[in-house]
Write a protein that binds this ligand. Structure first.
Ligand code: PHE
Ligand code: NA
Length: 502
């Protein structure tokens, strides 16, 4: 009984879903402060260079793999080369780790949308966030250890986010994933345009924009600025760890994958710029003439401390709060669904299980881990550590291994280029192959070495080494072992591997 792979209804659906994945927390809270801290207007140069030399080429690389070999990462890599399956499972592992904490941020944003109506934080946004809301006990930092004591107002919303997510995943590519993005993305865009328009009318908006965009040219000679640019592009485009491979595997056989890729890449960057303008206009209002350094130093601080303070002081507070946190929650949800679809689709491909069963087993276990670890009093510590390791070391090493092996060991770049060019409006050729095979391994290798060195020597944010060893290094090592283990298991004879040929 030949079963066909699920597919998107068409090009528009694919683009909307892929943009829904790309546009997320990275655009709204990460890009603005990273830009501010790394040279302001001058940062746009490394950013564009990173977009053109790494972001778009890897985006096309991911698309090429998913589209040509028509499978979730383990299946697509297995078809690319019989020995390559473990690469795919490692990417699945990274997605699993990211989903665990990303879901929590979506849940917080949803709760803060609600809190905005009454400005529950009063005039102490920081105290409210850490104390009253998260009930945060700084487990690990002061040697007090990690605790999983459940915090109801954090844990229950997190459970609800997981239920919505698993229901959408179980409904499938068209009825679940596509539908959420088709509704979510336009709503998000509308809310965000309103938010930016509103922020620009606030007093001090111009000062905020000046602080953001005034170029500091000396930043261009600082290597860490370039590292930040590449890191931002990777995270923001969701490339290198299976998401775009999975989505592209649901393209119909004759699709313009390369053209869609460029649309997705440029839409994501446009949204990022728009977000930076909105966020800094509002920060200018908050600072009221004072320097912005303190309010703009981290993503979490920006979203859950600086913004609530702005909201409390601005005219039409509740509206501003709903627009900001509502956008954050929606943008996060459409990204989260793409992360978990990688896990679900991979399990489904390998085992031949039905979609609901794969969702229940793979999604259910991610949900349990997420609620247990992040829904408790030490959630913030675990979130911070898992994020720092999976997002930098994890993503970069997964991408490095993939581009290097596919080019130099498995030698499949020609096949990938042919696949893209068959129906693609944008033709890839020697420049693309050189970027993937030569430039990227060098850049990624360099980034990885610096990051590993830094974490080995300096630890991270002062957390206890056993905390880093468990939730950072340990989690990554576990994913590596699982990846190899999974790749050694036999493919079920009724699985996608046997049912359909690319
Ligand atoms: N690309 C998303 C963003 O910019 C984040 C993301 C990260 C999405 C990891 C999926 C996976 O926020
Ligand atoms: Na993004």
């Amino acid at each position: 009984r030949p079963r066909l792979r699920e597919s998107f209804t068409g090009r528009t659906a694919f683009i909307v879903v892929a943009v829904g994945s790309a546009v997320g927390l990275g655009n709204i809270w990460r890009f603005p402060y990273v830009t501010y801290e790394n040279g302001g207007g001058a940062f746009l140069i490394p950013y564009l260079v990173a977009l053109l030399t790494a972001g778009l080429p890897i985006l096309l690389f991911d698309y090429a793999i998913g589209y040509r070999f028509r499978g979730s990462p383990p299946l697509a890599f297995k078809r690319l080369h019989p020995k390559a399956e473990a690469i795919g499972w490692f990417q699945v592992g990274i997605c699993f780790l990211i989903a665990i904490y990303y879901a929590a941020i979506v849940a917080w944003a949803a709760m803060y949308t609600w809190f905005s109506l009454t400005q529950a934080w009063g005039d102490d946004a920081a105290g409210f966030f850490f104390g009253e809301y998260l009930q945060y006990d700084e487990g690990g930092t002061a040697g007090t250890g990690i605790s999983v004591d459940f915090v109801a107002q954090v844990g229950w919303p997190l459970i609800v986010v997981w239920l919505i997510l698993l229901a959408a995943l179980a409904a499938g590519v068209r009825k679940g994933i596509t539908r959420i993005s088709l509704i979510g993305l336009p709503v998000l865009l509308l809310m965000f345009v309103l938010l930016v328009g509103y922020s620009l009318t606030l007093e001090g908006a111009v000062d905020g924009l000046n602080a953001l965009f005034t170029p500091e040219w000396s930043a261009l000679s600082d290597p860490t600025v370039w590292i930040q640019a590449y890191g931002q592009i990777f995270f923001s485009l969701s490339v290198g760890f299976g998401i775009m491979i999975t989505y592209a595997s649901y393209l119909k056989k004759r699709s313009n994958a390369s053209g869609s890729g460029l649309v997705v890449g440029f839409s994501n960057s446009s949204f990022e710029l728009l977000a930076a303008i909105g966020v800094f206009a509002a920060l200018g209002f908050l600072a009221a003439g004072a320097p912005l350094d303190e309010v703009a130093e981290s993503g979490l601080g920006l979203a859950f401390i600086a913004f609530p303070t702005i909201i409390a002081e601005a005219p039409a507070s509740a509206l501003l709060g709903v627009l900001f946190f509502g956008s954050l929650a929606i943008a996060g949800l459409t990204s989260l669904i793409s992360i978990m679809e990688v896990v679900v689709s991979s399990v489904k491909d390998k085992t031949g299980w039905s979609r609901p069963l794969a969702v229940a087993v793979a999604g259910g276990s991610a949900a349990v881990v997420s609620v247990t670890l992040i829904g408790g009093v030490s959630g913030l510590t675990i979130l911070d550590v898992v994020d720092a390791f999976s997002n930098n070391i994890g993503i970069v090493s997964a991408a490095l291994v993939a581009v290097f092996l596919v080019t130099w060991v498995f030698r499949r770049m020609d096949v990938l280029a042919e696949g893209l060019n068959a129906y693609g409006s944008f033709r890839v050729g020697p420049v693309w192959k050189a970027l993937i095979g030569v430039v990227l391994p060098v850049v990624l290798g360099y980034l990885l070495i610096l990051d590993v060195q830094d974490k080995v020597q300096n630890g991270y944010e002062g957390y206890d080494s056993w905390v880093l060893g468990t939730f950072g290094w340990g989690a990554l090592a576990l994913m590596l072992v699982l990846a190899v283990g999974m790749s050694l298991l036999r493919w079920n004879t009724s699985s996608a591997m046997h049912l359909e040929n690319p």
